[in-house]
Design a protein around this ligand. Structure first.
Ligand SMILES: [Zn+2]
Length: 369
């Protein structure tokens, strides 16, 4: 009798042992193989997403649109979309990371406010205390010698000015021009009927003067940037800065007849090169009535940002600002700026928030670090 015999129980024990060991082993091996395949697939998908982003003008397209564009060559739609979205989130996180370097300007002021204009007559400063002078300077009674320099170098500002209410306004600004790309930038602005602001580096040549006239004739704002853009030189002293500024100011005037009121410090008002003279310099430029604009959106173009980085950063930082002053560059190394400009313009003007793109004037409350 086999059932109930010793042999039967031996066989039962052997069978149970085999089931307990072999089945889990088989399951484990199968899962491991499957997991490996999934990882490989994920890796391939990640590469695909990255490649398609590179080819397909990236975040201009949503993940779904991207899949539609490339669906013929893709099998795993869900996987692709998931990774494409992660890719976008990463890009936005990167963009947010760079934002930390650019202090956001809180726009908590009322819609409009009246400010007393800075007095412009140099004679006024002989006997009067200047509100913008630094408190921590030794009180000697003597005015700094540089106040006497260039007695005609004053901005002709209104006696009293009321800032425009400009919530959701976006100001495109281009530094360092004119360049070989100026015409292209002007063309995009013309096509979309937009006005922008150029903080220029006039070199005194006739070619440069012609481009400055074109910028002015097309209704954009010209502001002074610098004549040399040599940080070490211009920030050596207030006198050195004024000398450089005056050269640029005169060149713009000679080319266009415009006496600029706005300017942008090379490197922004707070940079590593002007720490020694910063407070005096800002006070002196304020005293002369000139208004400087920093920025609260940095396209990163001068730092070598890619098309995608520029596009994502500009849109994200603009969305975070109540009103945005966008830093871009019009310089010979700036082909990326020209490539991305139209797409940025299109995205901004079609945004549901209803951004209004305009040029800077003295009636725009300055964005300053
Ligand atoms: Zn610059």
């Amino acid at each position: 009798m086999y059932f109930g015999s010793v042999r039967f129980f031996k066989h039962v024990i052997v069978c149970v042992t085999i089931l307990l060991i072999v089945i889990p082993c088989v399951v484990c091996v199968t899962l491991a193989v499957r997991l490996g395949e999934t990882e490989d697939e994920n890796r391939e998908l990640k590469t695909e997403v990255s490649e398609y982003r590179q080819q397909g003008y990236r975040s201009e397209y949503s993940a779904e649109e991207l899949f539609t564009l490339y669906k013929d060559s893709l099998q795993d739609k869900d996987g692709f979309l998931k990774l494409a979205r992660e890719y976008d989130e990463e890009a936005f996180r990167d963009a947010a990371g760079t934002e930390a370097a650019v202090p956001a300007v809180k726009n908590t002021e009322p819609a409009s406010e009246t400010l007393t204009a800075i007095a412009l007559d140099p004679a006024d400063f002989e006997d009067e205390d200047d509100d913008t002078a630094e408190d921590d300077k030794p009180v000697t009674g003597a005015r700094p010698a540089y106040e006497a320099l260039y007695p005609e170098l004053y901005a002709n500002m209104p006696e009293e000015l009321v800032y425009n209410a400009d919530m959701d306004y976006v100001y495109l600004t281009f530094d360092d021009g004119p360049s070989k790309y100026t015409d292209s930038i002007l063309e995009y602005l013309r096509v979309y009927g937009l006005k922008a602001t150029f903080f220029v580096i006039p070199d005194g040549s006739e070619e440069c003067a012609a481009k400055l006239r074109k910028i002015a004739d097309e209704g954009h704002t010209i502001g002074i940037h610098t004549a040399t853009h040599d940080y070490t030189k211009i920030y050596a002293s207030v006198e050195a800065y004024l000398e450089d500024f005056k050269i640029a100011y005169d060149r713009v005037f000679d080319a266009t007849g415009i006496r600029c009121k706005l300017f942008r410090f090379p490197g922004g008002s707070i940079n590593d090169f002007n720490t020694e003279i910063r407070d005096d310099l800002i006070a002196e430029m304020n005293r002369r009535g000139f208004v400087y604009f920093d920025w609260n959106v940095d396209s990163g173009d001068a730092l070598g940002a890619t098309w995608t980085e520029m596009y994502n950063t500009v849109l994200k930082q603009t969305a975070a600002a109540n009103r945005a002053v966008i830093l871009m560059h019009d310089y010979n190394g700036g082909w990326n700026t020209v490539l991305v400009l139209e797409d940025i313009i299109k995205a901004l003007i079609s945004d549901k928030r209803g951004y209004k793109l305009d040029k800077l004037t003295e009636y725009v409350k300055p964005v300053q670090f």
